[in-house]
Design a protein around this ligand. Structure first.
Ligand SMILES: Cc1ncc(COP(=O)(O)O)c(C=O)c1O
Length: 444
């Protein structure tokens, strides 16, 4: 069955929104697609644009709409809280914030118990680094190449993709270890005969580029913006072991991988057999409402002695949305659904790799966090990133009513991450559209 759809004619409303966006927003505000889609309303995994076109949303903002657009239960929790009050600041304890903090303490791995609430992933990572520095007395941080931490000065310094860096590193003491990126191994080795040399290299990095005592190691269990770079299973145990030897804490960034996204478990790091000392969350926590959280052990949390406040941190509406979202993720065992649906999605993407062996270089990821990296000619071992083909497939998929994401340093990896509520028929529908889009774009 063909998935080809005729797109509705562009309306004046769409033209007007695009024109105003261009005129009044910073030009660097990146937008997807040659003709950006003006989204107006959604429900579950479906979303509509201002011209009346309907899309199957397999990106959810950016892995943010974790249980589907305009979920009635989340909406009801938001409205209830709105009718009570929408802001009092963190100067006053509120019901939604303590309910959420207690819930997160129950769900977070190990001894992570006390939370600090902010309004974004950037601030959550900033807070994590500050806590590591305060509690260890060291200031140096090891981060990962291909990592992404946000857009503040520190987060930009932690981020290791030139494309996302507006300024050179402004914050001293940030060192970048090589990424566990097996498909493009920075050490030109092959797993498993590599002996996980990328993780072992952290010791050399610490001994040669730091004072030998570090505050911590900040890493994503799967590198999200980097293109869902998935480390080999042994990576984190070796890396964190080295970090501990040099006095560092493990700061785990669960901004993309949290809340069941990686399938079967609540947190991405639970697949890798190590225990974070500090963990950060944002994106999927509140089904799209702004919220960042840094959770730490009580001993680490106690090391912040200065006065501190985040005006919008732990906003009661965001917290009410988070409580409803996480309750549904738990009650409906959506991590389990992510595992099952992730398997189906992965099988379909691997089938795509068999159909287009020249251009599909790598399929990777876990659960409902799957990436497809496109290259010039995998059969000839030419792994030159094929950005032009990626863009063509991307446009073709949109024309056929499927929204997906892109990522990777070269923008040549698709990031496919539907809401955790996705069903088998929607996965099949998306895979059908992708197959046709690859063909229409001339993939081979
Ligand atoms: C892993 C990770 N950390 C931190 C951030 C920053 O989050 P925010 O954009 O909410 O500031 C992002 C955003 O994409 C992210 O992917």
């Amino acid at each position: 069955m063909s998935t080809t759809k005729t797109q509705a004619p562009t309306t004046d409303l769409t033209r007007d929104v695009r024109a105003k966006h261009k005129e009044y927003l910073f030009p660097a505000t990146i937008q997807y697609y040659q003709d950006p889609v003006v989204l107006t309303e959604g429900k579950g995994l479906r979303i509509r644009d201002a011209d009346g076109n309907e899309y199957l949303d397999f990106f959810g903002g950016i892995l943010t709409v974790s249980i589907g657009h305009a979920d009635d239960r989340v909406n009801a929790a938001i409205v209830l809280q709105l009718e009570r009050f929408s802001h009092v600041s963190t100067l006053y304890p509120t019901l939604p914030i303590v309910e959420l903090a207690e819930r997160l303490a129950r769900l977070a791995p190990g001894d992570l118990k006390q939370s600090y609430f902010t309004a974004s992933g950037t601030e959550a990572d900033e807070t994590a680094v500050m806590m590591a520095q305060l509690s260890t007395g060291s200031t140096e941080i090891v981060a990962l190449r291909h990592g992404y931490s946000g857009r503040s000065m520190l987060a930009q310094s932690l981020t290791a993709q030139s494309t996302w860096r507006a300024l050179p590193t402004q914050v001293a003491g940030v060192k970048h270890a090589v990424s566990p990126y097996c498909y493009r191994c920075p050490l030109h080795l092959t797993y498993p005969s590599c002996g996980i040399a990328c993780a072992k290299d952290i010791e050399e990095l610490i001994r040669t580029t730091t004072t030998g005592r570090i505050a911590g190691f900040l890493a994503e269990p799967i590198q999200g913006v980097g293109g869902f770079i998935t480390p080999p299973p042994e990576y984190f145990e070796i890396a964190v072991g080295i970090v501990k030897k040099y006095g560092g804490l493990f700061l785990c960034d669960e901004v993309q991988t949290g809340f069941g996204r990686t399938g079967g478990k609540m947190w991405g790091i639970q697949h890798w057999g190590v225990q974070p000392d500090i963990m950060t969350m944002a994106k999927g926590i509140a089904n799209g409402l702004p919220l960042g959280v840094t959770i730490a052990t009580p001993a680490i949390a106690a090391s912040l002695k200065a006065l501190t406040i985040s005006t919008f941190g732990g906003n009661p509406i965001s917290c009410a949305a988070a409580n409803a979202t996480i309750r549904i993720i738990e009650e409906e065992s959506l991590a389990g659904n992510a595992e099952r649906m992730g398997r189906l999605l992965r099988a379909g993407l691997e089938d795509l790799q068999r159909r287009f062996p020249k251009n599909v270089g790598d399929v990777r990821g876990m659960g409902l966090m799957q990436a497809v990296e496109l290259v010039e000619d995998e059969t000839a071992r030419d792994r030159t990133p094929n950005k032009a083909l990626t863009n063509r497939v991307f446009e073709e998929a949109k024309k056929r009513g499927l929204l997906i994401g892109k990522g990777g340093l070269e923008g040549n990896a698709f990031r496919i991450a539907p809401a955790l509520t996705v069903g088998a028929s929607e996965i099949e529908e998306a895979l059908g559209i992708l197959r046709e889009s690859f063909e229409a774009a001339g993939a081979r």
